[in-house]
Write a protein that binds this ligand. Structure first.
Ligand code: ADQ
Length: 507
């Protein structure tokens, strides 16, 4: 299989065109299936998420489709998929993955090769040729399904590291399309990226897009530097100037483009910075609803009415620094800087990628430290750390945010981190405090947070202590400024900015 721009001869006849004017391509479909154990009947429900919330209006207005994996390794046919009504206003188009695809494309190349490579080698990435071959096959399948779904001249927006090759594969089949690609995780520096034996193919695949988006300037710059090192023709805007743009950006028309890659056929791929966000208004409304406020009061009482409630909410992933924050809380108890009588901590960690060894080890380490802290500092009927290893309904997560005095986001590396933004959106009145790792994309925007370096235990401890000891007025000012930022820069702004740049690129 080739992904070079030269191999674009195959064009599609009109009969091959689909009917969707706007197509989102993502690893997962935003719908979940439930199978009745007795009748075997399958029903579908929309699975809520930031991306689908932001894109739903565009999908509805453009007879939009979403191409993705339905989430089960049992094959699903198009006719088995939910209607647009059942799927929350979009046409869900399945790309099936069997057991081998799941093991090699998803768990293997996506999550045991690219994920650790892109998160600065927190664990060593594994380079397996079989996984790479499967990654190509599955990307081809996604591209074919997308090509079949898109109408002539449609806009197709490809999401994330699982689908790096789709833009070019799609362009080869459908040169009429306008193609965007957005990376939701960090892009590493050129020295790290060079480790990937298939680095050139991955870049070529991505460069099939007209607009390529990253959360941060670091990500975009690393991508452009990598291309430059491999002798691509790259033009960049002055860094300071584009930083100015980003700081002052208020309208989707403001330019977030920081560079251009000129391809051998003179086509231009634009590279830009588009920091993702959340549905800020919805989170705020939920947080201040009568129901949540009552639940919040009840939750604090259930937790023993602590003086200070510290919380972490994450997927159970080694990138999230869950262990690091637990060790910092333990240090604060050991040193006597904090008294166990004053503190309760809640750590919610959703199970994630559980068949991978690095994830199993992360869980074991976290559970060992939770148990050690409780062994040393809990009272009968009053654990110091409440640990939950399953997902919670979003309403409960927001209730927890609202009840929390200090939110701990201590990721070792994170593309953005939406938990930080959701917490801020839940504290529109200026209450609460956010301890935030410098190594998250969110830290480039939420600069008033209590920033910390999670590699340094003392730095996390200092940030927690400052959040506790700083005068209320200063703490409130920090939170109110962050709230203003999150309110203005919501997920709708993110999506419209990207789509605006895609439209510009087409023109
Ligand atoms: P994730 O690594 O999954 O996303 P994050 O941005 O924090 O991380 O989003 C997690 C979402 O899941 C949040 O909306 C949160 O509320 C929810 N969540 C977390 N734990 C939960 C639980 N136990 N129960 C229920 N809900 C839970 C990737 C990148 C990020 C980037 C996003 C979006 O790794 O860096 O911000 O994509 O681009």
């Amino acid at each position: 299989m080739t992904t070079s721009p030269e191999s674009t001869e195959h064009t599609t006849s009109e009969a091959d065109f689909g009917s969707a004017d706007f197509v989102v391509v993502a690893n997962r479909l935003p719908v979940d299936s439930q199978k009745d154990p007795e009748t075997g009947e399958v029903t579908w429900s929309p699975s809520p998420g930031g991306l689908v919330t932001a894109l739903r209006p565009v999908l509805e207005a453009n007879s939009g489709a979403w191409v993705g994996w339905p989430g089960s390794t049992e094959p699903v046919q198009l006719e088995d998929m939910p209607s647009a009504e059942e799927a929350g206003g979009l046409h869900a188009i399945p790309v099936n993955l069997d057991e081998e695809d799941f093991a090699q494309f998803y768990e293997g190349f996506s999550n045991a090769t690219l994920w650790p490579l892109y998160h600065d080698l927190i664990v060593p990435p594994r380079f397996e040729r079989d996984w790479w071959e499967r990654y190509q096959t599955v990307n081809q399948r996604f591209a074919e399904q997308s090509a079949r779904s898109a109408s002539e001249g449609a806009t197709v927006w490809v999401q994330d590291y699982q689908l790096h090759l789709v833009p070019q594969l799609l362009r080869e089949q459908r040169p009429d399309l306008c193609i965007g690609f957005f990376l939701h995780i960090p892009f590493p520096n050129p020295e790290l990226f060079r480790q990937l034996p298939w680095r050139k193919e991955l870049l070529e695949g991505t460069l099939g897009a007209d607009v390529i988006g990253f959360h941060t300037q670091d990500g975009a710059r690393n991508f452009l530097d990598t291309l430059r090192a491999l002798d691509y023709t790259v033009e960049t805007d002055d860094d300071e100037e584009s930083a100015e743009f980003l700081r002052g950006a208020r309208m989707p028309e403001d330019s977030c483009i920081v560079g251009r890659v000129i391809m051998p056929d003179e086509r231009v791929a634009r590279v830009g910075v588009f920091p993702i966000s959340i549905d800020s208004q919805k989170v705020k409304d939920q947080s201040y609803s009568g129901e949540t406020m009552a639940a919040t009061t009840q939750l604090r009482a259930q937790l023993g009415s602590p003086k200070i409630l510290l919380t972490g909410v994450d997927r159970m992933d080694y990138t999230k620094g869950i262990l690091h924050r637990l060790l910092a809380v333990e240090s604060l108890m050991d040193s006597g800087d904090l008294s166990p009588a004053d503190i309760v901590m809640v750590q919610v960690a959703t199970p994630s990628r559980e068949r991978l060894e690095d994830y199993r080890r992360t869980r074991e380490e976290v559970e060992r430290v939770v148990s050690r802290i409780n062994g040393n500092y809990a009272q009968l009927g009053r654990p110091l750390v409440h640990y939950i290893h399953h997902g919670l309904p979003f309403a409960e997560i927001v209730g927890l945010y609202a009840a929390t005095d200090i939110m701990l986001v201590t990721a070792i590396k994170d593309g953005m981190n939406l938990v930080a933004k959701e917490y801020v959106a839940s504290h529109a009145d200026g209450s609460g405090a956010l301890v935030l790792s410098e190594f998250t994309g969110a830290a480039t925007q939420l600069t008033q947070a209590y920033l910390c370096n999670p590699h340094d235990n003392q730095s996390i401890c200092d940030a927690i202590l400052l959040a506790i000891k700083e005068p209320t007025v200063a703490r409130r000012e920090r939170m109110l400024e962050m709230w203003k930022h999150v309110e203005e820069n919501d997920v709708d702004y993110w999506a419209s900015t990207f789509l605006h740049q895609l439209k510009e690129a087409r023109q």
